[in-house]
Design a protein around this ligand. Structure first.
Ligand SMILES: [Zn+2]
Length: 62
C-alpha cells in the first residue's frame, strides 16, 4: 500500500541533508525545527545534534 504523505528524508545527526534514507522519527529541538531522522541516525542524533531536548522527545512519523 502506498503512503500518500510526502516522505521526509533523514537530516541526522547534524541537521544537514546527506543521509538519503526516509525519516522514521522526528526529534524535537529547542527553538529549532524538529529533526527528521532514520532509525540508524536516531541514536547519534540524540547525542550529537544541537538543541535536542533532554530527556528526548521523539515522534514516530513513518
Ligand atoms: Zn539517516
Amino acid at each position: 500500500m502506498k503512503d500518500d504523505r510526502p516522505s521526509e528524508k533523514c537530516r541526522g545527526p547534524y541537521g544537514e541533508a546527506g543521509c538519503l534514507d526516509e525519516a522514521r522519527f522526528s526529534v524535537l529541538r529547542h527553538r529549532l525545527p524538529s529533526l527528521p531522522v532514520c532509525p540508524v541516525h536516531l541514536g547519534p542524533s540524540l547525542l550529537l545534534a544541537g538543541s535536542v531536548l533532554w530527556p528526548p522527545d521523539i515522534t514516530m512519523i513513518g
